[in-house]
Structure formats: C-alpha cells, structure tokens
Design a binder for this molecule. Structure first.
Ligand code: UD1
Length: 358
C-alpha cells in the first residue's frame, strides 16, 4: 500500500505526526508532499523536527498568494507528483487550501481520496475553510471523522449513500496531545522563559481572516484583551497574518506577544494556563484535552459538541467587550471534563488499519 500525504499548514503537521507513525508501524509506504503554504521556520520546520515527522519528499513552495492562485498552483504541482508517484491513495487533512488542492488533484486522476478530520461544518460559507471542507468531503472516498457529530453532518449530506465510507475514528489531535504530553514537559521550559511559573495566565491566539483582516475587528479584539490583561497575564503567540495586520493598522497590544510557539511549548502552556481564548479550531479542542475552559472568538464553531457540553463558550467578536466578566464567570463554573468526546487516543491506529483494508 502506497499513500501520498498532502500537508501545508501548521495544524496538518501536528496531525500528520501521529498518523505517519501509525503508517510506518503498519508498513504503509508514505510519500509526504509539503505544499509550502506555511513556510516560516517557526510555522513549519520546528514541527517536523520536534515531532519527528519524516522530511517531506517534495516541497512545492507555494505560498503568499491569494486563494485562487494558491489553490490553482498547488493543484498543478500536486498533479505532477501524483502522476509520478502513482499512489494507491492520497491522504489530506482538515480544511486548508492545501487540503482542497490535494483532494481535487487526486480525484481527477482516479486516485482514492482519504480525508482525515472529515465532517466538520460551521455552516458559515463566508469562511474559506468551510468551502474547503465541504468540497473535500464531497469527493473523498474514505471519510475519517473525529466525532459522532461529524458523522451526522455527513449523513445529513447523504455522503454515505453516494458511496463514501464514513468511519468515526476519534481525533488524531487527541492522539498527538497524549503522545507528546510527557515529551513536552521534559524538553521545554517555556514557563520559566516567559516568567510564568506559579502565575495565573491566559493563553490566547487570533489568526482567522475574519478577525484580522479589518482594522476595526482586530482593534476591538486587542482592546478587549488589553482590558483583561489588567486582571491577568496574557500570552499570545502571533500568527504571521496577525503580526502583519497589527503592524499595518498600527495596533499595539499591551500584553505579551511572542513569535509562534512550537507544538511542545504549546502543550506545556496548555497544561498551566487558566483559560484559552482563541479563534483557532485546533486550540478549542486542545483546551478541552487539558481540561481548561475555552472562549472562542467567533460566531460559530465546527466543534459543536464542545459548546453543547459547556467546555467551550462562543463569544461573537461584536460582543468581545464582555471578555473580563466572562473570564471570571467561567472560572467560577468550571465544567466536569470527564466526558470523552474524541475517541480514546487510537484514531491514527484505526486510520492505518482501515486504509490497509480498503
Ligand atoms: C491557514 C488555513 C486555516 C488554518 C491556519 C492554521 C486556509 C484557507 N486557511 O490559514 O484553515 O487554521 O492555516 O495556521 O488554508 N504566512 C507567513 N509565514 C508562514 C505562514 C503564513 O508569513 O509561515 C503569511 C502568508 O503569507 C499570508 C498569511 O500569513 O500572508 C496567512 O497565511 P495563509 O496560508 O493564507 O493562511 P492562514 O491564515 O495561515
């Protein structure tokens, strides 16, 4: 069995880290293609090094383009690789432009498409990620879902009746969090480095296009965080998009902003933070994996079960001024984190076995 795996953005490296290990364990031959979408060393290379992901066989170096040009260029380049490598299956992750380009290139060459993290829906088609998810799911042959809600979303779209195989395997990010937890505490001293030992702090990230691309939206979020910062330390690793926009709009955060952290540093911070405030998809779940309350600065989320069970609170950006009150309210009413929503940490094993069977 030979697979080509397409990755390109930071969360995909994290997911591929555990799945590649399972592929190797089951003697599945894997060729890794990095589209180049994320290219800064601290957005890409650091993950390959610290998570021991095999070095990509190809780096297509497609980045810093608009959506059309980026997806188009990737499609063209991935097609060439697939013709050369002739794999049995192509594996794509999540919801980025790299995901869609990989799925489309494979499908047109009649190569089976495997989508890991299938079935998520925000039902907001103004998000580029939502378009990428819907289209990728529609042309995938095997859909590996992280949760029962994701399975139901795909059943609603009748994808099972259209010949796709839907499998609820759990979340590969849960596998990664459990696998790297021990290693993180041995390898890093990020709490010391940031002088956070013994201190209450909040871990925040903001990078979504809809929160960063307009001055007023970004300003409102930073001002709310500035106010919360009067109550508690805030650490916010800056995604390159957000850094660029803060500079462009001359907005100055009063809390600690840093370069992007590596995965192991994030895992360490997650274990000690009081709360997570984010617009990232992955971090909403990681907060839950480490039993931390989470505020998501968005109108909606695709990780609906976290909201239903009270682990995640949606805060629409227009209401962000209530952040300080919300912070105290959530800390007073911590939920019971014992429910297992995303499998048992064996999603990548299930995926490898199913791929061998199919
Ligand atoms: C992408 C994904 C998003 C995912 C996120 C994780 C799409 C549509 N979006 O968004 O689903 O949550 O990754 O981080 O694919 N840049 C750098 N250095 C880098 C990476 C990016 O300077 O290493 C710059 C780009 O040139 C661009 C901006 O940051 O100007 C945004 O990058 P882009 O790849 O367009 O999307 P993300 O916001 O990272």
């Amino acid at each position: 069995m030979k697979v080509v795996t397409i990755v390109g953005a930071r969360p995909q490296f994290i997911k591929a880290a555990v799945v590649s290990k399972a592929f190797a364990h089951h003697h599945i031959e894997e060729v890794i293609v990095h589209t180049g979408q994320h290219f800064d060393a601290n957005m890409s290379q650091v993950f390959f090094e610290e998570m021991q992901i095999p070095i990509p066989d190809y780096n297509l170096q497609v980045h810093s383009l608009g959506h059309g040009a980026m997806t188009g260029r990737m499609l063209e380049e991935i097609e060439k690789v697939l013709i050369k490598e002739a794999p049995d299956k192509v594996v794509v992750y999540g919801d980025t432009n790299s995901t869609l380009a990989g799925a489309l290139a494979a499908k047109k060459l009649h190569i089976a498409v495997v989508h890991i993290e299938a079935g998520l829906r925000s039902y907001n088609q103004r998000m580029p990620e939502e378009i990428n998810r819907i289209l990728t799911d529609r042309i995938s042959d095997i859909l590996f879902c992280p949760s029962e809600d994701a399975v139901r979303n795909l059943q609603k779209e009748a994808l099972d009746q259209l010949g796709a195989k839907i499998i609820c395997c759990g979340d590969v990010m849960y596998d990664a969090a459990m696998h790297f937890r021990e290693i993180a505490s041995k390898k890093h001293s990020i709490l010391e480095d940031l002088a956070l030992v013994g201190k209450d702090f909040v871990l925040a990230t903001i990078h979504r296009q809809e929160n960063t691309d307009e001055r007023n939206s970004l300003l409102r979020i930073v001002e709310a965080l500035n106010r919360l910062h009067q109550e508690v330390e805030i650490v916010l690793p800056l995604h390159p998009r957000t850094r660029k926009k803060l500079d462009e709009f001359s907005i100055t955060p009063l809390f600690t902003v840093t370069e992007p952290f590596g995965y192991l540093q994030m895992i360490q911070l997650l274990q000690s933070t009081r709360m997570v405030i984010t617009d990232s998809g992955g971090l909403q779940k990681e907060a839950y994996f480490f039993h931390k309350p989470c505020v998501t600065v968005r109108e909606e989320t695709e990780w609906t079960e976290l909201v239903e069970h009270g682990y995640n609170t949606l805060l629409p950006p227009a209401q962000i001024n209530i952040l300080p009150q919300l912070y105290y309210r959530l800390l007073k009413n911590l939920p019971d984190f014992s429910k297992q929503l995303y499998g048992t940490g064996s999603a990548s094993e299930i995926i490898a076995k199913e791929i061998l069977k199919a």
